[in-house]
Every structure is written in structure tokens, then in C-alpha cells.
Design a protein around this ligand. Structure first.
Ligand SMILES: Cc1ncc(C[n+]2csc(CCOP(=O)(O)OP(=O)(O)O)c2C)c(N)n1
Ligand SMILES: [Mg+2]
Length: 536
């Protein structure tokens, strides 16, 4: 170890050894020793406009790379801002290290400017909230990484007082843990699952968010194909098997959910594959169809759901062992899934004279290369995008659906582009989400990211207006204000333009992908069809 090294250097070397390349955040005086160690230690610090964005970006870095995402904030308000994105990683189960810096050890707990009990703040939204203190730094880092990477993954918070950061390194860079998997399910549970599947005549699989963390998606696909199982997915699981697949039914509980529910409720067995209830409870859509739940944990259901069997344990191990048993056959007519998928897709695109959301979303899909990444945000547009977008493969469709926080989309797109500079990345967000996070355009510009940011501009908190109208409340508190006829020429030096037709949007997107930095494209849309396609 370098004799001049301090604990901040030790932390950065450990993070680097764990495969972490970026850390997102906002510094303050107490954070500076860590920032300085990042500057000299090869983990790039990415300044964001808000700590919430920093944590969303870290969440997505974790998902895209499989290594922990890193975010950093100062004490008090820095920590509370950060907590929104940390909660996202907790519910969506992304690997993350969230570091708050703090006063000197002898000042902790006192009524001093910016004080808040960080551990009380982070404990409910992390797997652990740990204190880096004199003498425990290397050990605590190793412990944190082990917890983050153990299935189910998630965030760990670390608190770093300034004097601890500055003290001479107290320990060696620890070995990086591999990440532990869960115990495999029993043989009896596996055999019984395949028996139940082979007795079903019209089984349907529903892939969920736990499956996102499989190291090899081939076994998932093999299970679907060998058993000839029509499959749907939750929002976050879109693309784990490409959605052009002949057995693909599309996304559940999003745009035109009733069309999907009718099909699912016409099956005689729902096979949940890595189905994490955080996205949508079984009872919302399963009706009286029995459930075979194959996941890392037992299904969380209410009394109405008939769970006939559970396979609980490491998902990869379950799939491998199921795939070694004789395959099941069923009575689905050939192309039942394809026919349904086409009908569902058509129902999401009602005819419209005006430039409407489904046309704008299709335009982005056409211009973004097949293997490009879409990151987007939370609103009516989420339902429409999740319904109609064809996700071509894993880690190409980036959204939060557990935490479902507005403000996710733009930092998610930035993180995706930093993690995969070889791929084209596009961002779509509602105008409400844009108002919440547009400061991150400056982040994308500073990082030189060619990133089209398409704002679906309906001048409304569209999703909430739909809910107001469906409940016959007045439309109140949800109007974002009149749109200017012409958007401003730029935001923080990031060029902006308007698109009022599909052709204008496609042309603007093509140009944006070739630019040296981000471009804002306001797609001026008429949201009328949301009333039909979203929350039908
Ligand atoms: C942090 C946060 N605040 C509030 C909400 C509730 N919410 C969900 S969608 C939405 C409206 C989003 O508006 P916009 O970005 O314009 O998208 P649109 O619905 O118009 O497509 C709101 C307020 C939320 N999910 N997250
Ligand atoms: Mg809107």
C-alpha cells in the first residue's frame, strides 16, 4: 500500500477493484477528501444537478453493469435528496453503494448545521446502513459489498465522517466478494412444478423483475421454448426474451391492461417466473387462474389468489433443473400468442388525426437501432410505452416500476449511456418529469453524451388527469401551464426544438444521435387516446 494513502484513497481503490467506474453526486466541504481521492484514484466523479438523480443514475449503473452503482452526497439535505433514488434501488433491487459524508467523528449526533441521523434515514430503504469509523474502513467496505451483491441485491448506505476519510489508511484494500446466491429449491419442488406444468392445457408464463438479475437469460428462453409456453412480462422484465418472439404476448398491467387480462384469465395456469410482486400484485390480474410461482421467494398474495405450488430458491438453479426434465406439451393453437400480440398492439394505436403519443413512441422505436437502450420516466407515457414498445433484449428497456418515481428517466439515460457508450440511448419523458429533472441536461452536456431527450409534451400531469376524470373529480392541480408555441432555443446550452409530426420527430432524432451532446425534442402531442389506452 502507498504510505501516503488515506482512508478515502482506500475506499476509492476498493470501489475501483469492485469494478466501479463512475460515482454520481454533489460535493460539499466534508465530501472533498473523497472527491479528491476519486480524482486521483480512477473512479470518475459525475456531478449531477440533484442528489436524487445521482442515486437514480447509480441504480441504473448497477443494473447495466452488474457491479454496484455508486452515489455520493453530503450530510443532511444531501442525504435526504439522495434517499429518493436509494429507495428506488431498494424496491427495484439494484446493487448500489450510497455514501454520505459527515462531520468529524467527535461532532456526530450534535445539533450542528445540516444535522440528521443518517442511519435512521437510510435504514428503512437499504439492506444495511453502516458507519465507516476509525479502524473499521476496509472491513466495513468488504461487508457492504458482500451485502449489496448477495441475492436479492440492493443498496447499502455507508456514512463517512471527514476525519475518518482523512486519516492514514487503516487497513488493506479488501478482496471483493463474489456475491452470494440463494439456496436452490428442493428436488421435490422442481419435479412437482414440471408435473403441474405438463398437466396444464393452456398455461401462460409471466416473467418478472427477479429474472432481471439472472446471469444467463438463455436458460429462461430455453424453458419457455421447450415447453412451448406463451409468455407475458411485467414492465421491468420486458426484453429478457425478445418481444418479437413467436411466443411473446407483451406487457401486463400497462397500456390496454384489460386486453391482456382477458387473455391471461383464459389460461388454466399462470407460471410466475421470477415474478416480483413489487410491480403488480397477482390478485390485480390473475382472476381465478391457479398460480405456479417459481421465484427467489414465496409469492406475496392476498387470500383470493390460488397458489397451487411454489418453487422458491436460486432462480438460475431452478431453471437449469426444470430444463433437465422432460418438456411439457399443451393445447394452445399454433400462433395463439402471435395473434393475441397483434390484437393487443393494434388496440394500443387508435386512429388519431392529431400527432399523438403512440405515433411519437413508434417514431422513437423506428429511429433507435434495434439494440439501442430506451430509458424513460413515470406517467401516462410509461403505460403507453410499456404497452407498445418492442424490447429486443435484456437491459435495453430501463424504467423503475417498484419505486415508480418521477425523475428517473433522464439520470437513467445518462447512466445507461455512460455504462454502454457503444450503444445508442434515447430518453423519453413526460413534461412533468422534465420539469422535475431538466437540470440533468447540464450533466449530460458536461459528459458529452449524444442523447436525444424526447419530451412528450401534453402540458399536463397526464396520468393524474386521467385518474381525476375517471373518478369524476375536477381537473385541478395537474395543469402544467400553457406550452409556448416555440420552445426555448436551449436549456443550459443544450439545443431544444419542437416536433409536431412523426416526420419532424424522426428527423430531429436522427440529427440528435449524430450530435456531440444532448438534444431536447419537445414532441407536441395530443394525449386524447390515453383515456382509451391507459387505465382501460
Ligand atoms: C416523485 C413522484 N411524485 C409524484 C408521482 C405521482 N405521479 C405519477 S405520474 C405523474 C404525472 C407525470 O406527468 P408527466 O411527466 O407530464 O407525464 P404524463 O403523465 O403526462 O405522461 C405523477 C404526478 C410520482 N410517481 N413520483
Ligand atoms: Mg405530461
Amino acid at each position: 500500500m502507498n504510505p501516503g494513502m488515506n482512508n478515502a484513497d482506500l475506499i476509492v481503490q476498493t470501489l475501483s477493484r469492485a469494478g466501479i467506474q463512475h460515482g454520481f453526486g454533489i460535493p460539499s466541504g466534508n465530501v472533498l477528501p473523497l472527491i479528491e481521492a476519486m480524482r486521483t484514484g480512477g473512479v470518475e466523479f459525475v456531478l449531477t444537478a440533484h442528489e436524487g438523480s445521482a442515486a437514480f443514475a447509480a441504480d441504473v449503473t448497477g443494473r447495466m453493469t452488474g457491479r454496484p452503482g455508486l452515489c455520493i452526497a453530503t450530510l443532511g439535505p444531501g442525504a435526504t435528496n439522495l434517499s429518493t433514488g436509494v429507495g428506488s434501488a431498494f424496491l427495484d433491487r439494484s446493487p448500489m453503494l450510497a455514501i454520505t459524508c459527515n462531520l468529524n467523528t467527535d461532532q456526530l449526533g450534535r445539533r450542528i448545521q445540516m444535522y440528521i441521523d443518517h442511519h435512521a434515514l437510510f435504514r428503512p430503504i437499504t439492506k444495511a446502513s453502516l458507519a465507516l469509523r476509525h479502524g473499521n474502513v476496509a472491513k466495513t467496505l468488504a461487508e457492504a459489498l458482500a451485502i449489496v451483491l448477495a441475492e436479492p441485491q440492493g443498496p447499502v448506505h455507508l456514512d463517512l465522517p471527514e476525519d475518518v476519510a482523512l486519516a492514514p489508511a487503516e487497513g488493506e484494500v479488501p478482496d471483493i466478494p463474489e456475491g452470494t446466491r440463494l439456496d436452490p429449491a428442493s428436488d421435490v419442488a422442481i419435479t412437482e412444478a414440471q408435473r403441474i406444468l405438463s398437466e396444464a392445457e393452456r398455461p401462460v408464463a409471466v416473467l418478472g423483475a427477479s429474472a432481471m438479475r439472472l446471469a444467463d437469460f438463455g436458460a429462461l428462453r430455453h424453458f419457455i421454448e421447450r415447453n412451448n409456453l406463451p409468455f407475458a412480462t411485467t414492465t421491468m422484465a420486458k426484453g429478457l426474451i425478445d418481444e418479437d418472439h413467436a411466443l411473446s404476448l407483451g406487457c401486463i398491467e400497462r397500456g390496454r391492461r384489460q386486453v391482456q387480462r382477458r387473455f391471461l384469465q383464459g389460461s388454466d395456469l399462470i407460471v410466475g417466473l421470477g415474478y416480483d410482486t413489487i410491480e403488480s400484485e397477482y390478485e390485480a390480474w390473475v382472476g381465478s387462474v391457479p398460480v405456479l410461482n417459481i421465484d427467489i421467494e414465496r409469492a406475496d398474495v392476498d387470500a383470493s389468489v390460488r397458489v397451487v405450488h411454489e418453487v422458491s430458491g436460486d432462480l438460475a438453479a431452478s431453471l437449469d433443473r426444470l430444463n433437465a426434465l422432460p418438456a411439457a406439451t399443451n393445447a394452445w393453437p399454433a400462433d395463439a400468442a402471435g395473434e393475441h400480440r397483434r390484437a393487443h398492439q393494434e388496440s394500443l394505436r387508435p386512429p388519431s388525426e392529431a400527432f399523438c403519443p403512440h405515433q411519437a413512441i413508434d417514431a422513437v422505436r423506428r429511429v433507435l437501432p434495434a439494440d439501442g437502450v430506451l430509458a424513460f420516466d413515470v406517467g401516462a407515457h410509461t403505460h403507453q410505452i410499456s404497452g407498445q414498445w418492442t424490447a429486443p433484449g435484456p437491459r435495453r428497456f430501463v424504467i423503475t416500476n417498484g419505486w415508480s418515481s418521477m425523475g428517473f428517466g433522464l439520470p437513467a439515460a445518462i447512466a445507461a449511456k455512460l455504462a454502454r457508450p457503444d450503444l445508442k440511448v434515447a430518453c423519453i419523458l413526460g413534461d412533468g418529469c422534465f420539469q422535475m429533472t431538466c437540470g440533468e441536461l447540464a450533466t449530460a452536456k458536461r459528459m458529452g453524451l449524444a442523447l436525444p431527450v424526447v419530451v412528450l409534451d401534453d402540458s399536463l400531469l397526464g396520468l393524474i388527469v386521467i385518474k381525476q376524470e375517471k373518478r369524476q373529480f375536477g381537473v385541478y392541480g395537474t395543469d402544467l401551464g400553457g406550452r409556448p408555441d416555440v420552445p426555448p432555443a436551449h436549456y443550459f446550452g443544450v439545443p431544444a426544438k419542437a416536433a409536431r409530426t412523426t416526420d419532424e420527430l424522426e428527423a430531429a432524432l436522427r440529427e440528435a444521435f449524430e450530435a456531440a451532446g444532448p438534444t431536447v425534442i419537445h414532441a407536441i402531442i395530443d394525449p386524447a387516446h390515453y383515456f382509451e389506452t391507459v387505465f382501460d
